[in-house]
Write a protein that binds this ligand. Sequence first.
Ligand code: ATP
Length: 140
Amino acid sequence: MKKQFIVIGLGRFGSSICKELFKLGHDVLAIDSSPERVEMMRNFSSHAAVANATDEASMRDLGVRNFEHAVVAIGENMQTSVLCTLMLKEIGIPLVWVKAKDLQHQMILEKVGADRVIQPEKEMGIRIAHHMDSEKVVDY
Ligand code: ATP
């Protein structure tokens, strides 16, 4: 079933999520403050827009409140990611998933209402370790 997603922050993590969701046939609204990043996502999203993710008026103008699920993929600037998450929850987006850079960031995001917090490097490290564990070791 086709769903509607917003991806905010189009770095390596956000752009990869955006492209994959779009490839899977979903509607994706891609947002970044950098015009170059937005341009790069033009053909890999339903709509790509330049906006400051902490500016509530711009976000409302983009119609974010009609979306069911948002991903905030701004890892480095903790203040921006926290403010954006808080605002999306205040606007009423049911599912807000957010990238965190560390445990402190994660705890703050959970306090402001993030529905899922992701630490990509940590989660991928765990998955890779399990994958390595399950590989057959060939002893020469
Ligand atoms: P990566 O996924 O590449 O590891 P990152 O977690 O290091 O990225 P940043 O590089 O800090 O995260 O930001 C990711 C994207 O978010 C960048 O493209 C940046 O332009 C965008 N961004 C940062 N601040 C804002 C903002 N206030 N509004 C919209 N986009 C923003």
